[in-house]
Design a protein around this ligand. Sequence first.
Ligand code: NOJ
Length: 659
Amino acid sequence: MSFNIKIFGKQISSKQFAIESPNKKIRCVVKLKNGRICYEVWRDETELIRESRLGFLLYGEKELGQNLNLVRTQKKSQDETWETVVGEQKEIRNNYNEMTFYLAEKNEKQRLFSVRFRVFNEGMAFRYEIPPQPSFQRIIISDELTEFNVDLNGQAWRIPAYQATKYELNYEKWPVYELRDSVHTPLTIETNSNKYLAIHEAALYNYGSMTLKLNAGKCLQTDITPLSDGMKAYVDLPFSSPWRVIEVADSAIELTVNRMILNLNDPPKEDFSWVKPLKFLGIWWAMYVGEWTWAEGDKHGATTEHAKKYLDWCIKLGISGLLIEGWNNGWSGEWSLNGKYTDFLHPVADFDMDQVAQKARKHNLELVAQHETVGQIDNYERQLESAFAYLVSNGIHYVKIGYTGAKMLISGKQEYHHSQVGVLHYQKTVEIAARYQIMLDIHEPIKGTGIERTFPNILTREGAKGQEYEGGKINLNHATILPFTRMLAGAFDYTPGIFDLKNPAKRVYTTLARQLAFYIVFFSGMQMLADRPEMYEKNPSIFEFLKEVPVNWQMTIPLLGKIGEYFVVARQDRDSSDWYIGGVTNEEARRVNLNLGFLDDETKYTAYIYCDGETCDYLENPLDIAIEKKVIDKTEQLDLWLAAGGGFGQPLQSGLAQD
Ligand code: NOJ
């Protein structure tokens, strides 16, 4: 099949239309066939998504999507450039061609809905829009019938949905034809035609999160996370669904800089210039290595004394934030079971909020207060507004919210975190936080769907297996898969920076240089320096890297990568002309050869190369790190060695450093 279309939005026949990307390489074909609306996606002459149907099953109503007439179409084009407040790049171009199909049923009820398609140079997306109608004001969606008819022989990197650990799983590479059980998105697929696709959603509001599985016809189809009564969503009309997004790339690294998810979200409606990225220490890892506890008692971590001491560490090490976990009432005993009684308004007896907050203010340091909800949403929402007001009255503008537990308790019912009511809760916290000028790091979150464009106070979230799983539960290829999968959903709080790798209480299976690489490989608007400060004091030359590494970037250029094997990325600091290059490998040691052609012309850079030492490997000798200094320019090739389970982090400072 081939097309010869020179303008976007061309009508091929009375029932077939083609929407082209601005560069004309991607083409979405929309058809009305047997009364249904369906679409295909082509990249040049390669069909990436075969004919796929659209529609909904509605409770108590006829299926929506059959027996349709096309009422009219509407075209639009957009080419704008906008700026992120905090992000992987400062300027983002949003360039697409759009065509909306307004549809009406042919039967006597003549229900109306439309599908809006946008085709970018980097992929395509569509959303359903249902207007209010006299006999159709509120709907109960019992299923979404959207298909993504990809080649079943492609290879997908999947994590299963509906698990107690939510998104916190190692990824596995499976052929698409085996995805019989639901998997999360972003779902990254390498096709047989050597293209890379990522299926995800953008602007997820007031709806269950999309997972994907093969339907009986053996085609990937949406499986929307259900509510406890089995329904997928209760919505008042007008309703716009989240965008269904198919990112398309010729190479795996090209996928990593696809910005469609952000572009498909609205610009902020208020001023967010108060949002600031943050690097922070934490009363945290000491809990993971058993030195301290969250709960009160002899080993309580969040005491006034410890917090003040950690603030002194912030001053000494030059780090501007401090996370405190276990400061509030509710952590005693088996804390994960006590969430119903957690009190976010009162500190525990041995934590004096006034004293700690005063000291932080005096030294211009930011506190990050943790709210561990244990998924007890009814309890949390009762306190949410006053809890944020309490923190702000103490000068605290950063909150790390946690939602541990297999399910959430919402309106007295056990619900999935990723169901419509879960999504509504996450959204409520983001909006209330924004009113209080509070910035968020959300753990056990709903996955990122780009809403941080609209609400830049979401600085980061977890939503993947992070460093706390160390001790043998993180596959060595995890860090080489995440940039192509989870990271397509935005910032990730991996909690990097562990120097105490050989601690038997929590053995960390990485090399030391890889811990530095994480700061460049995993973008996060809040970056934790996760180890205890004593570890940093012991390693001043390595700590220098953590002190200097930026959080907010001007530009990001992926250099090399193979999913599950290695990834190397260069990022330019937003506040200087310095570049940072970070790389990670899987369990195999390897050499990488880096072309530096992206650097400025006629500029000399001092490169500080923090890389795995000659005898280094993650198992036997993880602490062997070499620091090399070298003057380079864009004509140079850098040949670097990465140990098994290793990595490198490499600042390139423009202007020559003094010895
Ligand atoms: C899991 C979170 O990911 C972690 O960061 C936190 O410390 C614990 N829950 C306790 O809230």
